[in-house]
Design a protein around this ligand. Structure first.
Ligand code: E4P
Length: 217
């Protein structure tokens, strides 16, 4: 399972990268705004800064919603850095654009996916990644993890190579459950990754080992 961090915060990206288990970064316009990154040039520079910190894929989202606009913006994003994956919304024009990018060898992440039907369409268009938002589904009493399982089944039935990128991860249990189902990638906050480290018996055990070592030295 690949681990992506879902943030535009450079300090958190560095911290996750230093842990040695980071495979990529996802961003979206809300996450960029949260960091105060505004204006086209600053946004483009920020994507390059992120690429220079991490080794893996960096999803950069288009703002346009019409085919020509998505293509123009996506090509500009893809030209920024070889690690950039163009993030395209799950809309009709977006699907057309994903097919266009696929034919041109530009990698894509189909975002804002909330149903298995949408995920099937994204795979048909050749998306590199599909991003089902599990946390936002859970927020409205709909089982986000079940959607991951449905997409896994459909993709395996037909051998689709589109990677399931479980997005809108809120906590460590989401990560674990997605791993059990077989999501290819998870993207979430640093806390969802660091939560995997924790177990009280590890802390108690280590304390005892160190104390016993001290007794004999
Ligand atoms: C995915 O790529 C999105 O950036 C993200 O996971 C959305 O998460 P949220 O529902 O916590 O905003």
């Amino acid at each position: 399972m690949k681990f992506f961090i879902d943030t535009a915060n450079l300090d958190q990206i560095r911290e996750a990268q230093d842990l040695g288990v980071l495979d990529g970064v996802t961003t979206n316009p809300s996450l960029m705004a949260k960091e105060g990154i505004t204006g086209r040039n600053n946004i483009l520079k920020h994507y390059v800064d992120i690429c220079n910190i991490v080794d893996g894929d960096v999803s950069a989202e288009v703002i346009a919603t019409d085919f020509e606009g998505i293509v123009k913006e996506g090509e500009q994003l893809a030209d920024l850095h070889e690690q950039i994956v163009v993030k395209v919304p799950m809309i009709k024009e977006g699907i057309k654009a994903i097919k266009y990018f696929t034919d041109k060898g530009i990698r894509t992440n189909c975002t804002l996916v909330f149903s298995a039907g949408q995920a099937l369409l994204a795979a048909k268009a050749g998306a590199t990644y599909v991003s089902p938002f599990i946390g936002r589904l859970d927020d409205i009493s709909t089982d986000g993890l079940n959607l991951i399982a449905e997409i896994r089944l459909i993709y395996d039935n037909y051998g689709f190579e589109t990677e399931i990128l479980a997005a809108s991860i809120r906590h460590t249990m989401h990560v674990l459950e997605c791993a059990k189902i077989g999501a290819d990638v998870m993207t979430g906050p640093l806390s969802s990754i660091e939560g995997l480290l924790k177990h009280p018996l590890t802390d108690i055990g280590l304390e005892k080992f160190l104390a016993d070592y001290k007794k004999g030295n």
